[in-house]
Ligand binder design. Structure first.
Ligand SMILES: *[C@@H]1O[C@H](CO)[C@@H](O)[C@H](O)[C@H]1NC(C)=O
Ligand SMILES: *[C@@H]1O[C@H](CO)[C@@H](O)[C@H](O)[C@H]1NC(C)=O
Ligand SMILES: *[C@@H]1O[C@H](CO)[C@@H](O)[C@H](O)[C@H]1NC(C)=O
Ligand SMILES: *[C@@H]1O[C@H](CO)[C@@H](O)[C@H](O)[C@H]1NC(C)=O
Ligand SMILES: *[C@@H]1O[C@H](CO)[C@@H](O)[C@H](O)[C@H]1NC(C)=O
Ligand SMILES: *[C@@H]1O[C@H](CO)[C@@H](O)[C@H](O)[C@H]1NC(C)=O
Ligand SMILES: *[C@@H]1O[C@H](CO)[C@@H](O)[C@H](O)[C@H]1NC(C)=O
Ligand SMILES: *[C@@H]1O[C@H](CO)[C@@H](O)[C@H](O)[C@H]1NC(C)=O
Ligand SMILES: *[C@@H]1O[C@H](CO)[C@@H](O)[C@H](O)[C@H]1NC(C)=O
Ligand SMILES: *[C@@H]1O[C@H](CO)[C@@H](O)[C@H](O)[C@H]1NC(C)=O
Length: 663
């Protein structure tokens, strides 16, 4: 804590410390009593750790809340486990707004129960330093003014700064071998990372809500795109203070929906929204492919390189479509093997046959057994067709990869085999060879690409996932191949995690009005089995979740994909590959207590601030000392922090910190 505080000025230190001690004591007693009552109404029962198979850290306290919410919020199919609901609720206690920002980003003042003097709380909490009673006065829902000064705002030129991709110094040192190394991650060295707040553009506006944002976004929120556009493209039009994306005749000559219909007609087995649930779109334009697939219950991750003239990913995210920066270069992409049921590349300017097809081998790794690869050369863009390897070469390569060519033409579709039998029956001299048996295809963090074919698991895992939506809740085969300590029933852990988050999200919906928050781009910084994302889906929150699996824990990514979610491996000691201001909700449960042993948590908090949209929220659940520490940082970041306690009382081990980044 000391380390964090040093270096900041204490400009807004409203002090009560100079007041006579007895006044303080009286004030604190009053406050404590009041807050105690308040907390009792506010946070209600605790779901205790009911699963003996996991350390308690994995199942922190539950914040189930008001008794009022159940009728409106429960989706029905998944009743809460009776074992975890002790009957300590106090009926009839309606909770009003809990200090949530309204649509305009202003703090609403109808701030929960009763009458109290907010100013009094603020001033008392401010002066809490050194007082024993004061420590308990934190348990309130009001904004806390921290003791430390604010971070400074970075230079205006850094408003679209992505630390690992904009490291000009490192990139200029590269001896380019033409493999796109300049698009890879080159993170600033330790201690040289971001230490200020990335500024937002002038005239930044609160985003347009989904689904309207699929068709229009604010001009002022994104960096002027396509400035150097030669192709005279019609992906995006400017209209007043907005960019509009006409639903028809854009990236796809006949409109995205017709294009998808065409694909479905060509290969009906693709079955969008059933057999095909998770897709990838490479170099996606402005992610219209994914935006329109969403209506068909397909979750599409759009990826592209960072390109200053074509900042497609920023557009995609501003629209509210799943996207991140990633490049096919010299390292494995940060997705597990057999992740995507379908991979799509329309004029994606990648030479798939180059270097003995090393990049297509990477596609092969992340494509699910029996999955589809679609390569489209749009007639509109025929003048760029020379960017593709001649089709014969492509055909030759895919044949050696045992892919079955289903359709050939402007849209070509291949299918990956379901098992290794074809690989094993190839002539021995045929290249590329098979990867070593010792190669772990799910090991992706900082792993070089190699020219070999990733074999499928001999036991058929991954090849036979249940159709969506049943896939969401049925424990997949690959649950059993994850490397982790627990030898006890993984199926039970998986189910317990789902139940746990189901209860918590129900609480959040009731207490924090998640249904009215209009969440869209959500990140779970430590997803484990994806119970959080599953709960958001079950409660029909109209959002998508980027499930991040930190390198500091078990690699559960295959399970997340088998459930039908998207996710990515990441080391939170480093910045994430996304533009600033791209997520509406960042969620971190039991993350900081792990990462604080690996790196500086202030740096992680700065990174969260970078990727959080103004108007966005951060939900952090962690142990009490960690939350105390983070609360200080949250305030220094200019968020409005709220700390919540469970009914276990102020000495409970787990707390919830909510930070609001207001416009
Ligand atoms: C829920 O609370 C609202 C007020 O916030 C109240 O009007 C409504 O009757 C309550 N519903 C139930 C089922 O208690
Ligand atoms: C808090 O109290 C400690 C000693 O109790 C003192 O050293 C420190 O300067 C105080 N901090 C502030 C911000 O007043
Ligand atoms: C780049 O090339 C120069 C000389 O050609 C060499 O001195 C330098 O070490 C190389 N840098 C890297 C990162 O390989
Ligand atoms: C953590 O990072 C912050 C901001 O970059 C810095 O002020 C602080 O000194 C660092 N703390 C430690 C312990 O390195
Ligand atoms: C998508 O899934 C929902 C249920 O999860 C279903 O009601 C809806 O009909 C599906 N839409 C399509 C186009 O399949
Ligand atoms: C792609 O790479 C292959 C093999 O290196 C080469 O023959 C072909 O000309 C390349 N295509 C383009 C458009 O550069
Ligand atoms: C594929 O190309 C290789 C050399 O690039 C050639 O030896 C082989 O005969 C080709 N295979 C087919 C089926 O055309
Ligand atoms: C392997 O997959 C192929 C289709 O790709 C299928 O025809 C064959 O029966 C499968 N073999 C086994 C042993 O499952
Ligand atoms: C990855 O490739 C780079 C450059 O070719 C090489 O320096 C490095 O040792 C390789 N790493 C591993 C683990 O093989
Ligand atoms: C795939 O799973 C379904 C249902 O779980 C099962 O009926 C079917 O036999 C499985 N197919 C294979 C090839 O394992």
């Amino acid at each position: 804590m000391k380390g964090i505080i040093t270096g900041f000025s204490c400009s807004d230190h409203v002090s009560l410390t100079k007041a006579p001690a007895f006044v303080k004591v009286i004030l604190f007693s009053f406050l404590s009593l009041f807050l105690f009552l308040l907390v009792r109404q506010f946070s209600s029962d605790i779901t205790s750790v009911s699963n003996p198979t996991t350390p308690s850290r994995k199942f922190p306290m539950s914040f189930t809340s008001t008794p009022n919410q159940t009728t409106s919020a429960v989706a029905g199919e998944n009743p809460p486990p009776s074992s975890s609901s002790p009957p300590t609720r106090q009926p009839g206690m309606a909770v009003e707004r809990t200090g949530i920002i309204d649509e305009n980003g202003a703090m609403t003042n109808d701030f929960m129960v009763g009458e109290f003097d907010e100013e009094l709380i603020d001033s008392v909490v401010n002066g809490k330093n050194g007082s024993d009673e004061g420590l308990q006065s934190d348990e309130n829902g009001g904004p806390l003014m921290g003791k430390i000064g604010k971070f400074r705002v970075c230079d205006e030129s850094m408003r679209d700064y992505i630390p690992c991709l904009d490291n000009v110094e490192e990139i200029s040192k590269l001896n380019s071998s033409g493999k796109g190394e300049n698009f890879e991650r080159h993170c600033p060295p330790k201690g040289k990372g971001l230490d200020s707040l990335v500024p937002r553009p002038k005239d930044y506006k609160l985003r347009i809500p989904w689904p309207k944002s699929r068709d229009e976004i604010w001009l002022s929120n994104v960096h002027t795109p396509f400035a150097k556009d030669k192709a005279g493209n019609t992906w995006v039009k400017r209209k007043g203070d907005k960019y509009i994306f006409p639903g028809d005749g854009t990236q796809f000559s006949q409109g995205a929906n017709q294009y998808l219909d065409q694909i479905s007609k060509m290969v009906p087995e693709i079955a969008f929204g059933e057999r095909t649930r998770v897709a990838m779109d490479i170099s996606c334009g402005i992610a219209s492919f994914g935006a329109y697939l969403m209506d068909r219950n397909v979750s599409t991750l759009s990826i592209a390189t960072k390109d200053v003239h074509n900042n497609q990913i920023q557009f995609a995210l501003e629209r509210g479509v799943p996207a991140m920066l990633a490049a096919f270069t010299t390292h494995r992409l940060l997705y597990p093997s057999q992740a995507f049921d379908l991979i799509h590349c329309s004029r994606c300017s990648i030479n798939w046959t180059h270097d003995d097809g090393i990049l297509l081998l990477e596609v092969n790794r992340i494509l699910r057994a029996g999955g589809y690869f679609i390569l489209a050369a749009e007639p509109v863009h025929r003048h760029e067709e020379n960017l593709f390897a001649p089709f014969k070469e492509m055909e030759n390569l895919t044949e050696r990869l045992c892919w079955e060519l289903l359709k050939e033409g402007d849209i070509s579709i291949w299918r990956k085999p379901l098992n290794n039998s074809c690989y094993l029956s190839r002539a021995p001299a045929v290249q590329p060879s098979l990867c070593d048996a010792g190669d772990d295809p799910d090991n992706v963090w900082n792993v070089n690409l190699t020219k070999c074919i990733t074999q499928l698991p001999g036991n058929g895992y991954g090849a036979n996932v249940t159709a969506w939506p049943a896939r969401l809740h049925s424990p997949p085969d690959r649950l059993f191949s994850i490397k982790m300590d627990a030898e006890l029933s993984r199926r039970e852990i998986y189910k317990a995690e789902s139940r746990f988050w189901h209860d918590i999200i129900r609480g959040y919906i009731g207490a924090f009005h998640w249904k009215t928050l209009d969440l869209r781009n959500v990140m779970d910084m430590r997803a484990v089995y994806g119970g959080f994302a599953a709960a958001l889906h079950d409660f029909s929150l109209n959002c998508w979740v980027m499930n991040v699996v930190p390198v500091s824990g078990s690699n559960t990514l295959p399970v997340l994909y088998d459930r039908g979610f998207i996710g990515v491996m990441h080391d939170w000691c480093e910045p994430f590959d996304t533009y600033p201001r791209t997520y509406d909700l960042v969620h971190a449960a039991a993350l900081f207590s792990v990462e604080r042993n690996r790196c500086n948590v202030t740096t992680i908090m700065l990174e969260i601030d970078r990727i959080l949209r103004p108007g966005g929220r951060v939900y952090i659940r962690d142990t009490t000392p960690v939350i105390e520490e983070l609360q200080e940082v949250a305030h220094a970041l200019g968020w409005v922090p709220f700390k919540y306690d469970s009914s276990e009382g102020p000495h409970s081990n787990w707390k919830l910190l909510i930070g609001e980044k207001r416009l």
